[in-house]
Design a protein around this ligand. Structure first.
Ligand code: SAT
Ligand code: MN
Length: 586
């Protein structure tokens, strides 16, 4: 029944886009190597050093197409209100006719790949089927690494006819004719004019976050921009945490951390590095699955000292995109830990002249998750893993303390809702300016964020054992402009503090922004961080908070009457403690 509806949609799509031929993917290794061969022949892929990086390749994207383009991303709902002030909106009919024209004959002379894929572990009630149709073999191959292609999806289609169709075409790659469109009411994705990352691998941001966030609200679950990790303690027991950070802010590093406290028995296991789908179980606890099967991680800054686990993960079967390449065929990027060799080719393919970055700042590796040496034994458990803590983190060089515990679920939702983050290279636009990015979902929530906050509040009420919520910030800088906290593997010290808080084993002082670590309660033995630095890292800057509260207010006011009272109340409480007013007018 539903396979027929897939076939029907594929027929319609090929009548519109007129490809030279249609290839259905069933997910076999032979298909993957055929895709690779096609791309090696036409130069879409370059083989890397086969001894050092077996079965690994370099792809150079169009220099105009190197990151998600949020200004060209639209939510196409029947009313503009449904998309909210946080999204670009286009009416479905305008989208279908206007952008539909760009798809007419867009695959002429090319092969159309039909990729049925499963998001989530096989047999999980949380898992969902998507079908991506694309004329990019690079996108097809990336989907093989990032999702479960073929049989797992087709099997699930036999018992349910729910699937999310995604139509992708490279078009002419011109940003003037680039559109990333979502029709959440009919669970449909259309993307044209880009072959890069979240714009084109439709299972990722388009389905697993935008369409899924819409489905999740309707069906009572959550789709979040979160890594999932398990923290093992000295007794061997594991506590799972989910953490939301904006793109390119270290989610992969945190999820794959080599714990600095490993000799004491604290060890981190990876479940996912980017997206979590969360459901309430029969006992009233939140459980998370990683809908993806691979990592699409930021390359620059990844090294044996910052993320040795990632470096091992990407030793084979990896596609690198927009990194630099050494003359002996190794990938190279800024921060990889070795000096750039003579004759290095930059991400565009020319000999690097030493000015500007050799690897693009948003260059990536795409690799199957099962290759991760610390992948958690339960990462594919159909029930998901139980989540005891939720972390909200963002890149902030000032103001935000190293760690703060929320006073309640409502307060935690307010913390997430008011999150500000310095922008990164993951999206086109200015880098390093603070923008409000609630729960790191601003670019990914497909509906009015005021309703999204309400959904978070409702989920909290529906849970018997809601996770505790914490805000973290590894990126605070001192007066000399240097990071105050070493980060990376040392972040386990903060996870340990969180674990002790969950178990009621360590004290915290309650302040107007939440509970802060008591002096000396964060384990810093063996670290060169001084007690004074720790003081600065957890210091409260009232003047700064006053400005922050005002900026939050300006953001919240965009949502008008829809903003849930609990968020208003929390904001008013913060403002009162700062002796300022919140000035809501409706
Ligand atoms: O390009 S992606 O959206 O897949 C990566 C990211 O921005 O988080
Ligand atoms: Mn992401």
């Amino acid at each position: 029944m539903s396979l027929e509806s897939v076939e029907h949609w594929v027929d319609e799509t090929s009548a519109l886009t007129r490809p030279k031929n249609v290839v259905w993917c069933t997910g076999t290794p032979e298909e993957y190597s055929n895709l690779v061969d096609v791309m090696l022949r036409d130069g879409t892929l370059i083989r890397l050093n086969e001894q050092l990086y077996p079965n690994s390749y370099l792809h150079r994207s169009d220099p105009n197409d190197v990151a998600r383009t949020e200004n060209l991303t639209f939510i196409c709902t029947h009313t503009k209100e449904a998309a909210g002030p946080n999204n670009n909106w286009m009416s479905p009919s305008e989208a279908k006719t206007g952008v539909g024209k760009l798809f007419e004959g867009s695959m002429k002379g090319r092969t159309m790949y039909v990729i049925p894929y499963l998001m989530g572990p096989v047999g999980s009630p949380s898992s969902k089927v998507g079908v991506e149709v694309t004329d990019s073999p690079y996108v097809a191959a990336s989907m093989f690494l990032m999702t479960r292609v073929g049989k797992p999806a087709l099997d699930q289609l036999k018992s349910s006819d729910e699937f999310v169709p995604g139509l992708h075409s490279l078009g002419d790659l011109s940003p003037d004719r680039r559109f990333i469109l979502h029709f959440p009411e009919e669970r449909l994705i259309w993307s044209i004019g880009s072959g890069y990352g979240g714009n084109a691998l439709l299972g990722k941001k388009c389905f697993a976050l935008r369409i899924a966030s819409w489905m999740a609200r309707e069906q009572g679950w959550m789709a979040e921009h979160m890594l999932i990790l398990g923290l093992q303690d000295p007794s061997g027991s594991k506590t799972y945490m989910a953490a939301a950070f904006p793109s390119a802010s270290g989610k992969t590093n945190l999820a794959m951390m080599v714990s600095a406290l490993e000799t004491e028995g604290y060890k981190v296991w990876t479940v996912g590095d980017d997206i979590a789908w969360l459901r309430i179980d029969e006992e009233g606890r939140l459980r998370a699955i990683n809908p993806e099967a691979g990592f699409f991680g930021v390359a620059p800054g990844t090294s044996v000292s910052t993320n040795p686990v990632a470096m091992h993960t990407i030793e084979k079967n990896t596609i690198f995109t927009n990194v630099a390449m050494t003359p002996d065929g190794r990938p190279w990027w800024e921060g990889i830990g070795t000096p750039p060799p003579a004759g290095l080719l930059d991400w565009r393919g020319g000999v690097w002249n030493g000015t500007g970055p050799a690897a693009h700042p948003n260059s990536r590796f795409t690799v199957p998750a099962r290759q991760c040496p610390i992948i958690d034994s339960d990462w594919e458990d159909p029930r998901g893993v139980p989540i005891s803590a939720i972390l909200f983190g963002s890149r902030r060089s000032t103001l935000i303390p190293l760690v703060t515990e929320a006073l309640s679920w409502e307060h935690g939702v307010f913390m997430g809702a008011g999150m500000g983050a310095e922008t990164t290279a993951a999206a086109t636009g200015k880098v390093g300016v603070v923008r409000r990015d609630p729960m790191a979902m601003l670019p990914f929530c497909a509906y009015d964020m005021a309703d999204y906050f309400a959904h978070w509040l409702a989920m909290g009420k529906a849970m018997k054992h809601p996770p505790a919520i914490f805000r973290v910030n590894w990126f605070r800088k001192g007066e000399n402009g240097k990071f105050l906290w070493p980060g990376f593997g040392e972040n386990v010290r903060i996870l340990k503090w969180i674990l002790e808080r969950l178990r009621g084993k360590t004290g915290a002082r309650e302040t107007f922004i939440g509970s802060l670590p008591e002096d000396g309660s964060i384990d810093i033995h063996g670290l060169s961080v001084t007690r004074d630095q720790m003081k600065t890292l957890t210091a409260l800057d009232r003047e700064g908070w006053r400005r922050e509260a005002e900026e939050m207010g300006a953001f919240f006011r965009k949502f008008g009457d829809k903003l849930p009272p609990a968020i208003r109340d929390e904001h008013a409480r913060l403002a009162r403690s700062l002796n300022s007013s919140t000035q809501y007018q409706s």
